[in-house]
Design a protein around this ligand. Structure first.
Ligand SMILES: [Zn+2]
Length: 324
């Protein structure tokens, strides 16, 4: 798409937001368009603001200088950094420069308010979930508590990955796709073009994709029959919906979604997890923190299921009473 057309759509979106104007960060290229047209993007923004977060210029902050340590500061200060990346485009247009913007290859600094906001929403849900009380009642060991802290970190990352993946479902034109690629870490997922994911019950797919990313971060990438059965049971408990089982015509679609979520390099996941744990105060070997059956934790600890249920409802815009 030509820059001149993309920038015009960005500007038109800003002026047609009406009551949604308070949600948009206008200096971010494409943000007003996504607030107007993408429900997951909009729901996460609205909840982030309700949680008391604000958006601040990123230039010169730790977020730019040491991004991997940036999340702790975001959660501590309730401030999410953004780049005013619409401005340099406007300046080029004013000089008479027009460019072809490749649809999935951003040519300037991208914004990740969406990703960081998912972390922020999830963190608030954990804090109000009652999980600390539940662990006290169960007399959980120090190791169990540390492993759960590591799991919270993966829960946050998976929450962001899931929203960023499924937000692509709503991209039905070239402008929507372009703006999504300037505000999202996840490239367009191929499996979403398949008909099943356009007609499926979204909460069940949302929670399944969440477990797929969680498994990836937990280095449990194999989807055995027994693992799928346990995840399907949890999806049913959390959403009230069933996933297709083996032999169903849509089972292949589910497997492709799983595979998509396992694509991140294991070496990258290991290094980033270690940094996030250490910066978050978890001073223990990463292998000890992750070598446990996290599915079992979801089966035993009801607050963990509630966290997923409430986050899913937040992202897809349903009530926040823990049910869907
Ligand atoms: Zn993240």
């Amino acid at each position: 798409m030509l820059l001149s057309r993309a920038y015009r759509i960005h500007e038109e979106s800003k002026f047609s937001l009406k009551s949604l104007k308070r949600l948009a960060i206008a200096p971010c290229f494409g943000d007003p368009y996504l607030i107007k047209n993408n429900s997951i993007f909009r729901n996460i923004r609205a909840q982030t603001l309700r949680n008391g977060y604000s958006f601040r210029p990123a230039e010169g902050t730790d977020y730019v200088l040491f991004p991997m340590a940036g999340l702790q500061k975001i959660l501590r200060t309730k401030g999410i950094p953004f780049f005013s990346n619409a401005r340099p485009l406007k300046e080029q247009l004013a000089r008479g420069v027009n460019l072809e913007l490749p649809p999935e290859m951003p040519i300037l600094k991208t914004n990740h308010l969406f990703h960081e906001s998912c972390h922020a929403c999830l963190q608030e849900i954990i804090e109000s979930s009652g999980i600390k009380k539940e662990l006290r009642v169960q007399k959980a060991s120090v190791l169990t508590r540390k492993r759960l802290l590591a799991l919270y970190s993966f829960l946050g990352e998976s929450a962001a990955n899931t929203c960023e993946t499924l937000a692509w479902m709503e991209c039905d034109n070239d402008a929507h796709q372009l703006f999504m690629s300037y505000n999202n870490y996840v490239y367009r997922p191929e499996f979403l073009s398949r008909s099943y994911f356009r007609t499926a019950r979204i909460p069940a797919i949302f929670v399944f994709v969440y477990f797929a990313f969680l498994s990836s971060h937990h280095f449990k990438s194999q989807l055995s029959q027994s693992r799928l059965q346990r995840i399907s049971n949890l999806v049913l408990q959390i959403t009230g919906d069933r996933l297709p089982s083996k032999g169903h015509k849509n089972f292949g679609e589910l497997c492709r979604a799983w595979e998509f979520c396992q694509k991140m390099s294991p070496a990258f996941r290991w290094v980033t997890a270690d940094i996030h744990f250490k910066v978050g105060g978890l001073d223990m070997e990463i292998s000890r923190l992750i070598e446990f059956d996290f599915i079992d934790a979801f089966e035993r600890i009801s607050s963990l299921r509630t966290i997923l249920s409430v986050f899913c409802a937040t992202a897809i815009g349903q009530t926040r009473d823990g049910t869907l």
